[in-house]
Design a protein around this ligand. Structure first.
Ligand code: GRF
Length: 220
């Protein structure tokens, strides 16, 4: 622990690839009043591009290769590393590996994910192509607590993005990604400030004014 951040929650970001949401979280956590510090970036693939960027930003990185590894064994290794690193909160950011219910339950209320649709619509992969093919007029992104079911769990923040006529999946992906980079740091801030109350599937943010302004993220 370096700790210029005494009292700040220690966060691990789990990635498998590009890491643009990871970078947005790292950048947000540079603000002096941000309530969390990024203590670790971990990938299940040694070739994840985000690893080099995290290192360049001075963040500790680790790799636990998942290929060919038993799911329970991988999760046990991951859990041990997170605990040994003193991690309080786990952020999944393009982490392309299903986690066991046991692992998820162990991090319940302390692990969040970002998905590039307005959940519960368009769960799963290849979201933007399916959005365009479905003729949806509005899409967006969601930060949610992680539960054992994939792309499910109480919603913390969402941003809506219009789908203009003729937009391609790549157009939509770019517009949604820009909003992901806004709502993920905001959602992590609320969690780290312990301002989120969960009742069933509903998350309430203590301090209604702030919650309102962030949930209505400006459209591109
Ligand atoms: C993002 O679209 C995120 O919503 C999804 O995977 C993608 C990861 O992108 N879960 P990046 O690695 O953060 O750039």
């Amino acid at each position: 622990m370096t700790d210029s951040g005494a009292g700040r929650k220690a966060v691990a970001i789990l990635i498998s690839g590009r890491g643009s949401n990871m970078a947005a979280l790292i950048d947000a956590a540079c603000a002096p009043d941000y309530p969390a510090r990024i203590a670790l970036v971990l990938s299940n693939r040694a070739d994840a591009e985000g690893l080099a960027e995290a290192q360049a930003k001075g963040i500790a990185t680790a790799v636990i290769e998942s290929k060919g590894k038993d799911r329970a064994a991988f999760d046990a290794e991951l859990d041990a590393l997170l605990n040994a690193s003193g991690i309080d909160i786990v952020c999944l950011a393009g982490f392309m590996r299903l986690l066991t219910p046991q692992f998820v339950q162990g991090w319940s209320g302390r692990m969040i994910n970002i998905h590039p649709s307005l959940l519960p619509a368009f769960k799963g992969l290849d979201v933007h192509r399916r959005v365009v093919e479905a003729g949806a007029k509005i899409t967006g992104c969601t930060v949610h607590f992680v539960v054992p079911e994939m792309d499910d769990g109480p919603v913390i923040a969402q941003a809506a993005v219009p789908v203009p006529d003729g937009a391609t999946a790549d157009d939509v992906a770019a517009a949604v990604l820009a909003q992901e980079h806004v709502i993920y740091p905001q959602a992590l801030r609320w969690l780290a400030e312990e301002r989120l109350a969960v009742s069933g599937n509903t998350v309430t943010v203590r301090d209604a004014e702030l919650a309102k302004s962030a949930l209505l993220s400006p459209l591109p």
